[in-house]
Design a protein around this ligand. Sequence first.
Ligand SMILES: Cc1ncc(COP(=O)(O)O)c(C=O)c1O
Length: 417
Amino acid sequence: MEGGDRPLGAKVTVQAKPSAQGAQTKQGGVQTAVTNVPEASAPLCDFLDLKAQFAEIREEVMAAIAKVMESQLFILGSEVKLLEEEIAGMLGARHGVGCASGTDALVLAMLAVGVGEGDEVITTPFSFVATAGTIAWIRATPVFVDIDPITYNIDVTKIAAAITPRTRAIMPVHLFGLMADMAPILELAKSRNLAVIEDAAQAIGARYRGRHAGTLGDFGCFSFFPSKNLGAAGDGGLITTEKTEFDEKLRLLRMHGSKTKYHHDILGTNSRLDALQAAILRVKLRHLEKWTRGRQERAKKYRALFAERNLREFVTPPLPPPAEFAHVYNQFTIRCRRRDELREYLRLKGIPSEIYYPRALHLQPAFANLRGAAGQFPHAEAASAEVLSLPVFPELREEQQMDIVNAIAQFYAASAR
Ligand SMILES: Cc1ncc(COP(=O)(O)O)c(C=O)c1O
């Protein structure tokens, strides 16, 4: 989520004092004449507090880094191999292949299954840009299907109508940590001979009918961007697959098509996971289950707090998912009335929030060639105008959650008067 909708660092701090001369906006532009912007209160918390996470695991992380530094082996090697095995083992996948980012995970998966120019890949318009962006990047065509307004995931009932003779794959996204409804997707893909590439960037540890995100389709693509539930100290990614043939192809693709030094079987690229990142991720992986529970507990608490405040008319928190889904809450995203005003009100109270995502992908200039039009995917467009993500990290304290929900209640109470 580089650029507009995601902080480059994982941490979002509230801009407490915009400069009168000109403040850097999130879009990278400069606001001039910021004279009457009210000052925000002291921050209640960060949007995501990775410093608190680091404080808990500092010694383990530093020891892991030192070990790699002592070895001076930085490219692939045993740390990467062990991480691949440990993640595949945790997920119940046969193979795991580390790579440079979640973006590359999607690219490599598509290349491994032979998606390319002239092919169509069906996906959602309500996601981080990498989902459709990678499809277009390899010169295939993203074909959007609107979302389900409750889950924000692709509406599986609309996929069949989008299939054409050029369709090669379906790329569902498990948005915010909740898996897409995979059974109908898999059934359709099987009957129409399509590959399924799960964009599981936000969903490590999420489950559907007892199976982990990334293990149901032909490929599961994960991101270790720092703000993900399992985040590196930089970029990183991983692809899971059941098929040995794909595993071998992915390993070639990430390493210039080479198994043996200076012998190149196919064209590939350099998309390796660093040993340092792998070593850090191996430490964090040991804590992931506990952190996921922490996120789930905070989501439950938010739901209880919203119910207590009786805000149903104004705010729709994510529903508790049906029993067959385990949501891992990479984001806790509410749908709310007068979203932008609420967000500004919270900012002034020192409460950070984020909008994932403020513009549906079919309306992004980068996809202008697809000729998307306003009104084409009404649920994705409505979501982009109404969603707001609240802090939901394991170290978030109960009283902070209460303050956040109280502030939201105050906003609507004040506006009702
Ligand atoms: C849904 C989704 N897909 C793909 C990506 C790309 O991952 P990365 O930032 O590691 O390239 C992200 C990460 O932001 C994401 O959220």
